[in-house]
Design a protein around this ligand. Structure first.
Ligand code: G3P
Ligand code: CA
Length: 359
């Protein structure tokens, strides 16, 4: 989007609560860290339209023009990386309706909590391939349930390569290591498997179209010693502490789950910048919900940029129930606000909408 259109969009929004007026564009360029347009990252594929983390979902995202496709990764019992948001298969597959696997239901400790269900790490890849993906979000269509296999990371990288060649553009891949400490405890560490797959596809290089993300810090610090690829420290709700005004970040607190590799928990954005190239905050850590139907603009993006960190924020959705009141049921207003703020990338379930707002 051109500078003055962004400015108008910002003004039209009133930037909600006057707080947001400061960073509108003034120089004719994007206010991203590198001055390029913000990345559109297809969150779990085009997961607003297809069951998440399926080749169909990634393919649709690519057809729509997404810059990156995002697989979350967990490990099978025989050590294959597959795309699932959780180690559990219960909500996103038809495992519960497969009598041959009924006895696999079990209870494990996951990030300090007792969790019961069907864990991918109790299934071989051959068994996983007997399952089919289903729509987990009750607000979305189930018309594609039962059609698609659970893909391996390798299959996703094949798809990326094939589609990049076919379309004459480089499609990026944005893998997330899910619950790395949990997998390490199971002796199914994710990191070497991830790097092996990327190497097989000639993607483990400094300029590879890849970002590796994690909510944990110890595995990112480990990866920092093993690869030149850019790393992204995800931030969940509670990972940032703010000043009394609620705007300026004064500390970082990443949950620690006893990763045997140790590492040094970061205390600040500057600490994060020692091993990561970007942060991945929740969008409500940038525009904070302060009640009374108001959002408060923080200085997180400026602070991260000052520390040399890009900011890729999650997750943008289109359904009205997911939008804050100030966006008046129009998802474009939300994207345009974040683009005007200088966001470097957005994770979206609806990459077509994110791209349309970027024009
Ligand atoms: O990885 C960015 C975003 O996907 C984080 O949220 O829970 O959807 O993986 P989640
Ligand atoms: Ca993710």
């Amino acid at each position: 989007m051109h500078r003055h259109v962004l400015l108008l969009a910002a003004l039209a929004l009133g930037f909600a609560t006057a707080e947001a007026a400061a960073p509108v564009q003034t120089s004719g360029t994007w206010h991203t860290l590198d001055g390029k347009p913000p990345l559109v990252i297809a969150h779990r594929g085009a997961s607003g339209y297809r069951p998440e983390h399926t080749l169909a979902s990634y393919t649709l995202a690519i057809e729509m023009g997404a810059d990156y496709i995002e697989p979350d990764l967990v490990a099978t019992r025989d050590g294959h990386l597959i795309a699932r948001h959780e180690p559990l298969l219960d909500d996103t597959t038809d495992v519960k309706s497969r009598p041959q696997f009924a006895a696999r239901r079990t209870t494990r400790m996951l990030d300090g909590k007792s969790v019961t269900g069907f864990f991918a790490s109790d299934f071989t890849l051959a068994e996983i391939k007997q399952l089919r993906a289903v729509q987990a979000n009750p607000a979305r269509s189930k018309e594609h349930d039962g059609r698609y296999e659970i893909p391996t990371f390798d299959e996703i990288l094949d798809l990326r390569e094939r589609e990049s060649a076919k379309r004459g553009r480089t499609i990026g891949v944005y893998p997330e290591t899910k619950h790395p400490s949990f997998h390490l405890d199971l002796e199914l560490p994710l990191e070497e498997r991830l790097l092996d797959a990327l190497r097989k596809h000639k993607l483990d290089r400094a300029d590879g179209p890849v970002f590796i993300q994690s909510f944990e810090s110890a595995n990112l610090q480990y990866l920092h010693t093993k690869t030149k690829l850019p790393l992204v420290q995800l931030l969940d709700d509670g990972a940032l502490l703010y000043d009394a005004a609620g705007k300026r970040v004064i500390a970082v607190k990443i949950p620690q789950y006893g990763d045997k590799r140790g590492g040094t928990p970061p205390q600040s954005l500057e600490d994060v910048a020692k091993y990561a190239n970007a942060i991945g905050p929740w969008k409500r850590q940038i525009m904070r919900d302060i009640g009374a139907q108001q959002l408060l603009q923080t200085t997180l993006i400026e602070q991260a940029h000052a520390a040399g960190l890009r900011v890729h924020t999650y997750t943008f959705r289109t359904e009205p129930a997911t939008l804050a009141p100030e966006y008046r049921n129009d998802p474009l207003l939300e994207y345009r606000q974040f683009y005007a703020l200088g966001i470097d990338g957005v994770f979206s379930d609806f990459p077509d909408v994110a791209l349309s707002a970027r024009k």
